[in-house]
Design a protein around this ligand. Structure first.
Ligand SMILES: Nc1ncnc2c1ncn2[C@@H]1O[C@H](COP(=O)(O)OP(=O)(O)O)[C@@H](O)[C@H]1O
Ligand SMILES: [Mg+2]
Length: 230
């Protein structure tokens, strides 16, 4: 099983967006996938509740979910033995012991970052801490710059900071209406039948290739080739 942690102490930078899209992609690629929601806000869990049952199944585990009557907490939190990809969506402002706990067991870490001056400053401290912690576990850490708008002036600044920190920039995701649409309906971007969404898929190919360390990896068939959920 490969564990992928999506983390940043900042809220709203795209952790849930990255985690849910990744989970739906892995599932569509035929990997037995668990989406582990570590955030008390349960956004990934809510996304999964909306997911149409005819799409590739993602198994959900939510650390802060109320345990239904008749079930034990450990049963609700179990990761099925046959799981191939575990995608962990984390809470904003996760404190160090919490991060450490997840970093220790992660195979790869994705840090979504938005190109804004104030976020870049906050991110530097967080990334340095993450790198220090992860040295012990030899984890691969990569940045996903998110919500890039045409003409945005802060991207260069953020890229220079990442370079200085020696952190690979795995992909640049654009501000795209498809993400909101997909998040409301339990879909990944690749499951939307829209030109906007399709224009963004090359970035997801880059993310998968980096995570899997396999440049030849191909995305599942894009929406339009099979039954549509638009
Ligand atoms: N690239 C993007 N383009 C458009 N909207 C986005 C993008 N990334 C995230 N969003 C939206 O921004 C909001 C916050 O993103 P989210 O993934 O929930 O952040 P986090 O989990 O880090 O708090 C959500 O409404 C999401 O749909
Ligand atoms: Mg979130």
């Amino acid at each position: 099983m490969r564990r992928i942690l999506v983390v940043n102490s900042k809220g709203g930078c795209g952790k849930t967006t990255v985690a849910t899209n990744l989970a739906s992609l892995y599932a569509a690629l035929g990997k037995r996938t668990v989406l582990y929601d570590q955030d008390p806000q349960l956004c990934s869990h809510t996304w999964l509740e909306q997911r149409p049952s005819d799409l590739a199944a993602v198994h959900g585990v939510a650390a802060h979910q109320r345990v239904p009557v008749g079930f034990t907490r450990s049963w609700c939190l179990r990761i099925p033995a046959e799981t191939e990809r575990l995608v962990v969506d984390t809470a904003a402002a996760a404190d160090k012991p919490q991060i450490l706990e997840h970093v220790k067991s992660a195979d790869a870490i994705l840090v979504p970052l938005v190109p804004a001056a104030i976020d870049t400053r906050a991110a530097v401290g967080f990334i340095k801490e993450l790198m220090t912690v992860s040295k012990y576990g030899c984890v691969r850490i990569g940045a996903v710059v998110n919500r890039i708008r045409n003409g945005g002036s802060r991207l260069g600044e953020l890229e220079r900071v990442l370079q200085t920190l020696g952190m690979p920039l795995v992909a640049r995701l654009h501000d795209n209406p498809g993400y909101g649409e997909a998040s409301e309906s339990g879909l990944g971007l690749h499951e939307l039948d829209s030109d906007d969404a399709r224009a963004e898929l090359g970035n997801w190919q880059r993310i998968l290739a980096w995570l899997e360390e396999d440049e030849s990896i191909r995305l599942p068939m894009p929406a339009g080739a099979s039954a549509m959920h638009s």
